[in-house]
Design a protein around this ligand. Structure first.
Ligand code: PEP
Length: 286
């Protein structure tokens, strides 16, 4: 096997020595920069007024200037989407919705359609967040419909999956993640799914201050990636970004984002403050 040490220089390592190196190195650490660009998304849930959102962007933009390693996405509530799209214009920051309907239009009071999101410059959309599943009857089946619609409309979907505490304690984590991921991906043509992003968000870690250990997160990400390989293709499994979400803060970002299978973070509480979210973006370069 040949490894690149410095640009243009190559080191030859015997296969048996690679086994020894693997034993010495924690296996999950990122070895080489991969094709999956880090994505750091802020889920502002039902917080902030438009004025507060603009104040956030004014403070945040200078903090992340020059940090090109990550795709940054702000997901405000629907009333603020146009304000935030305007506030980040000409900056390397994208705007995502927290949910959407799967249809283009219709008699669905209170809903927002993918056409409406596209028309105002929204590029990303969260699908199946656990709070939508818990309080607004989002199901694996509606996640699937929304995902198909996001692909059809060229919106980058961030599909949230994750087990409840009781499911983890009953050793059902793998089963839950496989079910949520496989139903989300049912009937999806791999050729249309290049932009797929999945966020692993253990429900017991959301807003609780309890973060999954890097080992727990890495294991879950492996399960999800294996399911993507089965449902779509091994090539897509290798290129799909899988984020971790659940009490991410500046202090734990580096230990999570440096792992091989973790391609970024979906951040709730700690994304509401510009300094804290800016530090998360910076620390995700680890
Ligand atoms: C979330 O809402 O997606 C989330 C991960 O929240 P928190 O970071 O507050 O746990």
């Amino acid at each position: 096997m040949t490894l690149r040490a410095l640009p243009g220089k190559k080191i030859h390592i015997e296969p048996f020595r690679i086994e020894i190196l693997k034993m010495r190195e924690p296996q999950t650490r990122k070895a080489v920069p991969n094709m999956r660009k880090t994505l750091i998304a802020a889920n502002w849930k039902m917080y902030k007024t438009p004025d507060e959102a603009v104040a956030f962007t004014k403070a945040f933009i200078p903090l992340i200037a020059g940090h090109k390693h990550a795709e940054i996405v702000l997901c405000p509530s629907p009333t603020m989407l146009p304000t935030v799209v305007d506030a980040v214009r000409n900056n390397p920051i994208h705007v995502g919705a927290q949910t959407m309907h799967w249809l283009d239009q219709g008699a669905y009071t209170g809903e927002t359609s993918p056409l409406m999101l596209k028309a105002i410059g929204v590029t990303h959309v969260l699908i199946g967040h656990s709070e939508r599943r818990q309080y607004f009857n989002e199901t694996d089946e509606s996640v699937n419909l929304k995902l198909k619609s996001a692909f059809a409309h060229g919106l980058i979907p961030i599909v949230c999956v994750g087990e409840q505490l009781a499911e983890r304690e009953a050793n059902q984590t793998a089963e839950v993640l496989e079910r949520q991921t496989s139903i989300a991906l049912e009937g999806i043509d791999p050729a249309t799914a290049q932009s797929l992003v999945i966020a692993y968000e253990p429900v017991w870690a959301i807003g609780t201050g309890r973060t999954a250990t890097p080992e727990i997160a890495a294991d879950a990400h492996k399960i999800i990636r294996a399911q993507i390989a089965k449902s779509l293709s091994p090539a897509l499994a290798a290129s799909t970004r899988i984020l971790y979400g659940g009490s991410v803060k500046a202090e734990n970002t580096a230990s999570l984002c440096c792992l091989e299978d973790i391609d970024g973070a979906l951040v709730g509480g700690a994304s509401l403050d510009a300094a804290s979210f800016g530090q998360i973006v910076i620390n995700s370069a680890a």
